[in-house]
Ligand binder design. Structure first.
Ligand code: F6R
Length: 603
């Protein structure tokens, strides 16, 4: 999704903006732009479609500034063209604005206030910048006042960074439901939609809450609420290292992040069980114990992790769990139990679909927990409780290590809750040992890359469709495996409940159609093998991934035996590698697949 950067008070502004935009590339974008002002009467606006390198090539050595704003755009309103790229500017070229989010009432505002204005783009953002100018001119307001007046009229989501040619030593900001942070550097200040963009400038950041506005200079930050009342906010330190976000010796982040999964599981075990302070508070466990039903809400890969979490929590903690797709749940709230507790799973902590559900359940005063990889994210801040994934920054758009981390943290939570209730299933479950076994087993899988690459080439790279089937946890894994293959290789893939295939979808099986079967649980192994026979007799090319104790000598990949409830942690890894190698063989950009964004901040 769109990324924002800004710098005020540094003569290296151009370089800082470009380097920040490059760090935000992972979020997905289709055009980029910068506005630079040298505070001595010279300013420049440059925008380009496509990669940041195009923008960089368009900049000349003279294009320098003491302050500036930059943006990567992921098209929502209007095509990815140069005119639609940000920054947008007012008719009189006084104001320049970058925006992340979607303003839902832009057409109405345009009609009401801006009938005489000539628009250059199809974007909601241009309406916002023209409105700021309109109020500045008609009501004789300064930039700060005009921005405040404008945001009071806006509906929807926005993170804004605004510059005014008349006050080029300032960046004006406003935020509602889209991420934005202020970074405090040595002698200058920055803004960004993700701390990753500015980690080489500073580790000291300040949150901006929804509805707040701010004015930033080289040595000051003033925050106010939407009525202009001052807000005081303490900065915080981001512990991440700039090296954590580098590719190291890898060609791309996706493979690096797949390889990091054993380390992530060991880190989770040590953070949750060996650090002096436990991550699981008494208060969280009591709130969970008071609930009569848990509702897991998430999107995409995180939703799939929730499906695996459901079984862990129901088995170990003996409480009913429902798992919901965030974009459906918020608008079709089911009849809730008497004492619900909501768990939000989100790698980024910024997913708009999940945020709208959190907003709704907070208003109903229900307790909430966010499990996220970004501890200062909006979902973490706004939930009653939050737990970290400890996966380290996940940069590739396709989520890999965050998925296994989400399952691991849900297992820890399930065990803690079950032990608090003194349930034998939880007493007997040794999560630390299981995570260690899982880490070793994943290492064995990633060490077989040559073989998995060969399977990816033989089964997927030259196909137009593939199916993944399984039962129980194997079904959840099939859904995630299919999603991975779709998003990076662009091969049409479907995850199916193995027993459901024969009720219609089996009609799609043709000669040589790849069908991957996950055989991960003893209870259903024989039935899933029968389903494999059904597709085999219709010409499919089956690939069986099984658990060692359930394996047959013809299975293509046999995984180590760990607790059945945690088998998805292992079984997803070959699927991630199939997706990766098929995408590489097809010449795709694996880290930034077409049309996708890392942090989906629009509903
Ligand atoms: C797929 C993927 C997405 C995300 C989804 C939710 O690889 O990454 O499906 O899982 O957009 O994002 P988060 O977890 O950040 O809420």
């Amino acid at each position: 999704m769109c990324g924002i950067v800004g710098v005020v008070g540094n003569s290296q502004t151009t370089d800082i903006l470009i380097s920040g935009l490059k760090k935000l590339e992972y979020r997905g974008y289709d055009s980029a732009g910068v506005y630079l002002n040298d505070q001595q009467g010279h300013d420049v606006l440059i925008k380009r479609v496509g990669k940041i390198i195009n923008l960089q090539k368009a900049l000349t050595p003279q294009d320098q500034g003491q302050a500036g704003i930059g943006h990567t755009r992921w098209a929502t309103h209007g095509e990815p063209t140069q005119d639609n790229a940000h920054p947008h500017f007012s008719q009189d070229q006084r104001f320049y604005l970058v925006h992340n989010g979607v303003i839902t009432n832009f057409a109405e505002l345009k009609q009401k206030y801006l009938t005489g204005v000539e628009f250059r783009s199809d974007t909601d953002t241009e309406v916002a910048v023209q409105l700021i100018d309109y109020f500045a001119l008609t009501e004789h307001l300064n930039a700060q006042q005009a921005l405040q007046k404008t945001v009071q009229l806006l509906e929807g989501s926005y993170a804004f960074a605004l510059m005014d040619r008349q006050e080029p030593d300032k960046i004006f900001i406003a935020k509602n439901k889209s991420p934005l942070l202020i970074g405090l550097a040595d002698g200058y200040n920055v803004v960004c939609s993700d701390a990753i963009a500015m980690l080489d400038q500073t580790h000291t950041f300040m949150e901006i809450h929804d509805g707040e506005l701010g004015v930033i200079t080289n040595n000051s930050v003033e925050l106010t609420d939407h009525n202009g009342q001052p807000v005081s906010r303490q900065p915080y330190q981001v512990q991440m290292d700039a090296n954590d976000v580098s590719k190291g010796t890898y060609d791309n982040y996706m493979l690096k992040e797949i390889d990091e999964q054993p380390v992530v599981l060991r880190r989770i075990a040590s953070q949750y069980f060996q650090s002096a302070q436990s991550q699981l508070s008494e208060s969280l466990l009591t709130a969970l114990q008071n609930a009569d039903r848990l509702y897991i809400v998430a999107a995409g890969t995180s939703y799939h992790a929730g499906l695996v979490g459901r079984q862990l929590i129901e088995d170990l903690a003996d409480v009913p769990v429902e798992v919901h797709i965030a974009s459906e749940f918020g608008y079709h709230l089911p009849k809730l139990s008497a004492r619900p507790f909501f768990i939000f799973l989100s790698q980024s902590g910024e997913t708009a679909d999940s945020r709208q559900v959190l907003d709704k359940v907070r208003k109903l005063n229900y307790p909430t927990l966010t499990i996220t990889n970004v501890p200062n994210s909006t979902l973490a801040r706004e939930a009653t409780y939050s737990l970290p994934l400890c996966a380290g920054p996940e940069i590739a758009v396709a989520s890999t290590k965050a998925y296994v981390a989400q399952i691991a943290v849900q297992a820890i939570l399930a065990q803690a809750l079950g032990r608090q209730k003194q349930l034998p299933a939880a007493q007997d479950f040794d999560i630390v040992q299981q995570l260690s076994l899982a880490a070793n087993a994943i290492q064995t899988i990633v060490d077989q890359k040559d073989y998995l690459q060969q399977l990816a080439s033989e089964y997927f790279a030259h196909q137009h469709a593939a199916f993944f089937i399984g039962r129980g946890n194997g079904y959840a894994t099939a859904l995630e495996a299919a999603l991975k293959l779709k998003e990076v290789s662009y091969i049409h893939a479907e995850g199916f409940a193995a027993g459901e295939l024969k009720h219609g979808t089996i009609a799609l099986i043709e000669d040589n159609t790849p069908v991957v079967a996950f055989i991960l649980e003893s209870q259903t192994a024989a039935h899933t093998r029968s389903n494999v026979k059904e597709v085999l007799s219709r010409g499919a090319h089956p690939l069986i991934i099984s658990k060692n104790s359930l394996a047959d000598s013809h299975d293509q990949l046999v995984l180590a035996d760990i607790d059945e409830r945690l088998m998805p942690i292992l079984a997803v890894v070959p699927a991630q590698l199939f997706a990766y190698y098929a995408a590489v063989e097809r010449g795709n950009d694996v880290d930034q697949p077409r049309n996708l964004a890392k942090s989906v901040t629009v509903e």
